[in-house]
Design a binder for this molecule. Structure first.
Ligand SMILES: [Fe+2]
Ligand SMILES: [Fe+2]
Length: 131
């Protein structure tokens, strides 16, 4: 599986802090992808990175929702629901921490983050002008 390569043309939504968060999350997901390529990945590395993804995505969603509230974003509820769904799934991944699911998890995280940025977050880009 290919890792994320940050590209502000492709992934930038035009808000410095949010773009920074997304970049950090990509690096974390890349760590999961790296682990999934290892022959015998360590369980503690896996738990650590999953916890980081879970904690940081929680922090990111809070910041993002704070921003969306200040711009009266009309699809706020949809964003919130998407964030909750991801957070629940991330918590489950941490609690199960099943190494046999590592490749599937890497795939899921990459796909979810890509969708989060390119589909959902891109929609609020036009509302950010001047923010
Ligand atoms: Fe979002
Ligand atoms: Fe986001």
């Amino acid at each position: 599986m290919d890792k994320f390569v940050w590209d502000s043309e492709k992934y930038g939504i035009g808000h410095e802090l949010i773009d920074h968060h997304h970049h950090v999350l990509m690096d974390m997901v890349n760590t999961v992808i790296d682990l999934s390529h290892q022959e015998s990945p360590s369980k503690s590395d896996y738990i650590q990175v999953l916890m980081k993804v879970s904690d940081y995505s929680h922090y990111h969603f809070k910041a993002e929702e704070g921003l969306l509230a200040t711009i009266d974003y009309p699809e706020f509820d949809r964003q919130h629901d998407e964030h909750i769904a991801f957070s629940e799934k991330a918590s489950l991944l941490v609690t199960s921490c099943d190494l046999s699911q590592l490749k599937k998890t890497a795939h899921f995280l990459k796909q979810s983050l890509e969708e989060h940025i390119l589909v959902e977050d891109m929609k609020f880009r036009p509302y950010l002008s001047g923010k």
